[in-house]
Design a protein around this ligand. Structure first.
Ligand code: NDP
Ligand code: MG
Length: 399
């Protein structure tokens, strides 16, 4: 431990029951003298949340799903405040005694809570990429200093660290690395036979199902390009992706004087989580699993992404150039396409086609507020469902 005898920072975690939320809580667990978990939020996983409440004793817990909240209430100590509904995310984000709010939920439900946390001057660690892809133009102006918004996504966390002490105008370009996913070396024919089970086996990272499939199609890297443009306020041409199968380099910045900074670490989300939570200090991590491998064992390789075999990346890059309603449409269509693939309704290679169909059928204007951008994303989900099941009104939940 690098600091003892001080008051622990209050940490609220939205998306506490998920994969990246778990990495954040692991850091809190390892450094109880540094971090106190003040509030937790999830959607519906009652058993996991019950275990977290037992371990961390937060004062406030929210389950977005009201039935889940009612069940949780019966299982936690009587002093624990349990809230439900989408507005409860804002209660968590603004809960007194919280110094930093971690946004680690999937989807877009936490966008209003993120904006409230920033408006209230709270430090924010952001893993959720959908919020910036959809609502970046309205979220980023609320950020008062570079340190208030700490990126948790590993590539963005790496770039953020590379940019420490640098001025924005000296950035020539940013490179985000991609492992290439499980099908990096697969031919087009084989890609047609990819099953959900195969796509859910990521070669490097253990993550939630949606982002794992997005990593296999390279849509995840496309969304990350859009996320980086918002976070670092850069135009489309200045952010690109490079495939790096070892996933040891996470982000690179090329500066105007031809200098390049790379950020390397073992591929484990607990590392960027520790960086963001402890900033500007660094934690003393003593965990063999997180140690950087011996340099003499390393062989780092890089290759251009194959946009023909992985057209989702190309679609996202085009969305980055087009802007307007396209990023919100992309998020909505991809969400439905991935769900349909996981449910066996859509083949792996049909994912980009569905997304493109939705993008080209949008008749409306560009959004002028976060609310409008979210509405466009919802329209995109409904359109994707209509294309999947023509003639049927969409009965399925699009939350
Ligand atoms: P998971 O599917 O593992 O977890 C999602 C979490 O969000 C769960 O805790 C879920 O609750 C919660 N959640 C979903 N909807 C709501 C809601 N309406 N209100 C409150 N909580 C909600 O996803 P990941 O952890 O993999 O990813 C989360 C986000 O972080 C995504 O945006 C992803 O792109 C990003 N990210 C993830 C990384 C990773 O390593 N996993 C790396 C970088 C970024 P419940 O369990 O109850 O359903
Ligand atoms: Mg990432």
């Amino acid at each position: 431990m690098i600091r003892t005898g001080t008051t622990p920072s209050g940490i609220a975690v939205i998306g506490a029951t998920g994969s990246v939320g778990g990495a954040v809580l692991d850091v809190c667990r390892s450094f109880p003298d540094r971090f106190h978990v003040s509030a937790l939020s999830g959607l519906s996983n009652v058993s996991r949340m019950t275990a977290l409440v037992k371990e961390f004793s937060p004062e406030l817990v929210s389950m977005c799903d009201p039935e889940a909240a009612a069940s949780l209430k019966r299982l936690v100590p009587p002093g624990t405040k349990v809230l439900s509904g989408i507005d409860s995310l804002t209660d968590v984000a603004l809960f007194p005694g919280t110094d930093q709010v971690v946004f680690a939920s999937s989807g877009t439900a936490a966008i209003p809570a993120l904006m409230s946390a920033l408006e209230a001057g709270r430090s924010v660690s952001l893993a959720n990429k959908e919020s910036l892809v959809i609502a970046g133009p309205w979220v980023m102006p609320l950020v008062r200093s570079k340190d208030q918004m700490r990126p948790l996504d590993s590539e963005h966390n790496a770039v953020w660290q590379c940019l420490s002490g640098e001025t924005d105008r000296s950035i020539q370009s940013i490179l985000l690395t991609a492992s290439g996913g499980p099908f990096r070396a697969m031919g087009t024919r084989e890609l047609e036979r990819v099953t959900p089970r195969m796509a859910l086996k990521h070669p490097v990272w253990a993550m939630g199902a949606k982002i794992t499939v997005d990593s296999a199609t390279l849509m995840n890297k496309g969304l990350e390009i859009l996320e980086a443009m918002q976070l670092f306020r850069l135009p489309a041409g200045k952010v690109r992706a490079i495939v790096h199968p070892q996933s040891l380099v996470h982000g690179m910045v090329l500066f105007s004087d031809c200098t390049m900074k790379w950020l390397l670490s073992s591929p484990d989300m607990r590392i960027p989580a520790a960086v963001a939570l402890a900033y500007p200090e660094r934690l003393q991590i003593e965990d063999a699993a997180l140690e950087f491998p011996p340099l003499e064992t390393l062989s780092l390789s890089f290759e251009e992404p194959d946009l023909k075999r992985f057209p989702c990346l190309s679609i996202a890059m085009e969305a980055a150039r087009t802007g307007g309603a396209t990023p919100a449409l992309l998020v909505g269509a991809d969400d439905i396409a991935v769900k349909a693939f996981l449910e066996g309704q859509l083949s792996f290679t049909a994912i980009p086609g569905l997304i493109e169909q939705v993008l080209t059928s949008y008749p409306g204007p560009s959004p002028t507020s976060a609310e409008e951008a979210i509405a466009i994303m919802e329209w995109s989900k409904r359109k994707a469902l209509e294309i999947l099941c023509p003639g049927k009104p969409s009965r399925r939940s699009i939350s």
